[in-house]
Design a binder for this molecule. Structure first.
Ligand code: MLC
Length: 513
């Protein structure tokens, strides 16, 4: 059964059971939504979008803070056979413009607070037919929009059945050039949900605490879709707050929690973390970045739980996971999920690497996206001729089937669970008149995993400071991509072809820190 069919069936079956419990910052923001309510709202939203002219294949962009309207829009867009394009609300105009242009979004939902900045972009967006600004503080604005749209009309619209049709686009950056939209299909989402349902033993009496953003695969597909697919309840916090998280896990009480290592570390750092009773919980997972060994061990000591580390990416959803039952191996991402094939290829011979040998991690399965939006060359380059996706990660397979990641063949920084591709930052740095050349690397950081460091050769005669560079980037890039540290050098370590040796640069900078 496809994911959306399952969701509709769940809405009928679970009826008045809570699907979403949104615990906002004020009483007005707190909303418990039953499965019946969810279905009614999604249907009304479908009727509203249909009246706006949304057709199958259209891209509908949503750049809203985490809120119920975001969820209704996302589900309704997919139910109409259109393509949901969730965007981080932190993107400044410079980045936002690119996504809307590249995707040729037809309809765009933005926060009322962003009206001024977005309005300035509209002249550069000929494909965009309408922008709807929502006051997400009250949720009333969206309800008002839906008021005249009859859910019964939308209930007659057949559910999309083409497993190969794109329903979700997630922008991921590349080692060269601008970000590209990974096209995820109904078949991809369904395959991933089915394998996670089986591997993690999702149950309809699960209660997941959801503190992640919902514009990425982790928060959107793994956590939110995962819960709805199981007929479980998702308790949503608009953003992560450490104390509130532990209180909710304990008092709600919750059975499942999913987070990135930075979040797990912040929970452990609370002075009285071990006073919270989480003994009723059954599954606590970690992903989106490597789980440091000390966090894995401290979790066992503090909360009495062994974190389940898993590995995934936007293009594929989840690939490999430590087991629900059985050994959760520290430092390892575990075993391939049901229906997912993973192989390690020797980068030099191009043959399959022997167990224990480090090589390129490649993946194949119904979960793997069909490619990048309107980028046939980049799509072709991402897959091997025999159809395996090159993940860009390096890893090894143990003789007993467990996989361990050993770094990246691609040039990538991961900070707080967000991916940052140096070329995106380097392009912005090069726009500064005082920058002659630059390189961006990630330096290890206890809290964030890695932090963005910019290394700059300045133009002769220009007086330039670190702060000026940071301010320049802050204008054009989302916060987590802005360099935290700027280092000026006279030259870069380069190989015989003159290419900057980033690994050496990273070593020099990070060892010196
Ligand atoms: C915020 N800041 C960061 C940052 N995020 N600095 C470096 N790296 C980051 N990632 C800075 C802000 O600019 C701000 O600085 C200060 O930290 C506090 O900001 P904040 O917004 O209050 O941060 P906070 O809310 O505490 O966010 C931390 C976090 C968040 C860990 C909760 O980063 C987060 O939700 N991460 C999850 C990312 C995620 O879901 N990734 C999944 C990708 S999917 P200043 O100077 O303004 O004070 C994927 C596939 C897979 O990767 O396998 O899952």
């Amino acid at each position: 059964m496809m994911f959306l069919d399952r969701l509709v069936a769940n809405c009928l079956m679970y009826d008045m059971k809570l699907a979403l419990d949104f615990v906002g910052e004020s009483a007005v923001a707190n909303q418990g939504i039953s499965y019946r309510h969810l279905e009614q709202h999604v249907l009304s939203t479908m009727a509203y979008l249909k009246a706006k002219g949304v057709e199958p294949g259209d891209r509908v962009a949503v750049q809203l803070p985490k809120c119920l309207s975001f969820i209704y829009l996302h589900l309704a867009v997919m139910r109409l056979g259109a393509i949901s394009l969730p965007l981080n609300p932190g993107y400044p105009a410079h980045e936002l413009l690119y996504f809307l242009q590249d995707a040729e979004a037809k309809l765009f939902f933005a926060a009322e607070a962003a009206r001024k900045g977005v309005t300035e972009l509209l002249g550069s967006l000929p494909a965009l037919q309408e922008t709807v600004f929502l006051d997400t503080q009250t949720a009333v604005a969206f309800e008002t929009l839906l008021a005249n749209h009859d859910p019964a009309v939308a209930a007659t619209i057949p559910l999309p059945q083409d497993a190969n049709a794109t329903c979700l686009m997630i922008y991921t950056s590349g080692t060269t050039g601008r970000p590209k939209g990974a096209e995820l299909t109904y078949g991809n989402l369904t395959a991933n949900l089915n394998s996670l349902h089986e591997a993690w033993g999702w149950r309809d009496d699960d209660v997941i605490l959801h503190v992640l953003p919902i514009f990425h695969v982790h928060g959107l597909i793994v956590a939110l879709h995962g819960a709805l697919n199981a007929g479980a309840t998702a308790v949503l916090h608009p953003k992560f707050e450490a104390v509130k998280t532990l209180e909710t896990l304990q008092n709600y009480p919750c059975t499942v929690f999913m987070a990135v290592p930075t979040i797990h570390r912040r929970l452990l750092a609370l002075p009285n973390a071990n006073k919270y009773d989480l003994s009723h919980m059954r599954l606590l997972t970690s992903g989106s970045d490597r789980l440091p060994d000390d966090v894995f061990k401290a979790y066992q000591d503090t909360f009495g739980h062994t974190l389940l580390e898993r590995y995934g990416m936007s293009e594929t959803g989840m690939l490999i996971s430590n087991p629900l039952h059985g050994e959760r191996r520290v430092g390892s991402v575990g075993l391939p999920l049901p229906g997912v094939e993973v192989r390690i290829m020797d980068p030099i011979s191009g043959e399959k690497a022997a167990d224990g040998e480090v090589g390129d991690v490649q993946v194949r399965g119904a979960n793997v996206c069909k490619g990048y939006w309107r980028q046939p060359k980049k799509t072709a380059a991402a897959f091997t001729p025999d159809g395996w996706l090159r993940t860009g990660d390096l890893g090894l397979r143990e003789p007993d089937g467990y996989f361990t990641l050993k770094g990246r063949s691609k040039d990538l920084v991961i900070s707080g669970g967000f991916n940052i591709y140096p070329p995106e930052v380097e392009l912005v740095l090069m726009e500064h008149p005082a920058v002659k050349d630059c390189a961006v690397v990630g330096c290890p950081d206890d809290e964030w995993g890695e932090q963005v460091t910019a290394v700059i050769i300045s133009q002769p005669g220009h007086d330039i400071s670190s702060q000026m560079i940071i301010d320049h980037c802050a204008d054009k890039l989302i916060k987590y991509k802005v360099p935290r540290k700027v280092v000026f050098v006279d030259e870069f370590p380069a190989n015989a072809l003159g290419k900057i040796q980033k690994a050496r640069l990273r070593q020099m900078l990070c060892d010196a820190a």
